[in-house]
Design a protein around this ligand. Structure first.
Ligand code: SF4
Ligand code: SF4
Length: 305
């Protein structure tokens, strides 16, 4: 495993201090899809920063010591120059995409492909033909992407089928979050009540036992999300590591409280990043740390078992 000095510094900062390490930026509010469950494309957004100003924002954040970046949208591939620049500016960059525009090979950028389930279900949610196009691009990618699934009421019954399908593909691994509701909307059709979610968390652990490390969900992460585990220790803004470690920005360069927005419901959070951050260090857990390292080092291969 090759960890550059910059990446080692991020880890050391994480372990030894409580300082922010990471930026999460909506680099665009535009998207080439209109997913059923997404409010993003239905909302009005202020004008986004142009390439020059967005890149200047990223450089400024790096100069303040924030060494890792997560790129969100909208659809980040609609801004290829900003993605390319982020890979050059930061020591580790993750970029979420819907896969329609492919997975450009960019220095230091790990692509994360969002899919919602097997083909029929995915395309019901994301649009006809999206699954086939994303998989066609995935098979051509020079670096295997990670596939990320947000588990909601819409796809909660498809976990087993979806994971089986994904495991046949040249992917680096899979990550899972649970749908986090927003305090300003009625999202009862999407949010899975916490007690019901516990059962799905156990199903994810069973998938990890079956498929090994490619399932990016460890027992320590499960403990952070289970209602009988540590969930109630951090499910409020002041106790969440995102509020301390990650600086989040909108596409117009203005700060926001969380990657999920300013009014995300922390009491019902399903964020995998929180589960991983806390799972790795509270207490120390090597399998979860290894998972985080795998995100920071694109070349790191996963192993079964
Ligand atoms: S790809 Fe992402 S941002 Fe675009 S509509 Fe779908 S969920 Fe929303
Ligand atoms: S919604 Fe989740 S990730 Fe965001 S600040 Fe709240 S607890 Fe943290």
């Amino acid at each position: 495993m090759l960890l550059t000095p910059g990446k080692l510094l991020i880890l050391a900062k994480w372990v030894l201090t409580s300082l922010p390490t990471t930026v999460a930026v909506d680099i665009t509010h535009r998207c080439n899809l209109k997913c059923l469950h997404c409010y993003w494309w239905k909302q009005d957004h202020p004008a986004e920063l142009d390439d020059g100003r967005m890149i200047a924002l990223l450089k400024g954040l790096r100069a303040r010591g924030l060494a890792a970046a997560i790129l969100y949208g909208g659809e980040p591939t609609l801004r290829p120059e900003v993605c390319r620049a982020a890979g050059e500016i930061f020591d580790a960059t993750l970029a979420f995409t819907n896969g329609i525009n492919g997975f450009p090979e960019l220095k230091n950028v790990q692509w994360i492909l969002s899919l919602d389930g097997p083909q029929d279900l995915n395309d019901t949610i994301r649009g006809a033909g999206v699954y086939a196009k994303a998989l066609e691009n995935l098979k051509r990618a020079s670096q295997p992407p990670i596939v990320h699934m947000t588990i909601s009421r819409l796809n909660q019954d498809s976990l087993d089928d979806f994971v089986r399908e994904m495991m046949r593909l040249p992917i680096k691994g899979m990550g899972f979050s649970f749908y986090t509701p927003d305090l300003t909307r009625d999202e009862s059709g999407l949010f899975i009540p916490l007690k019901e979610r516990d059962r799905l968390i156990m199903e994810l652990l069973s998938l990890r036992r079956r498929y090994g490390e490619k399932i990016g969900f460890t027992p320590a992460m499960a403990r952070q999300l289970l209602t009988a585990g540590d969930f109630y220790q951090w499910n409020r803004y002041a106790a969440c590591p995102v509020s301390q470690r990650v600086r989040c920005f909108k596409s117009n360069g203005q700060p926001k409280a969380c990657t999920y927005g300013d009014s995300a419901d922390c009491s019902r959070c399903g964020c995998a990043a929180v589960a991983a951050y806390r799972g790795a260090f509270k207490p120390f857990d090597y399998p979860t740390l290894r998972l985080i390292l795998g995100l920071m080092v694109p070349e790191l291969r996963v192993r079964k078992g």
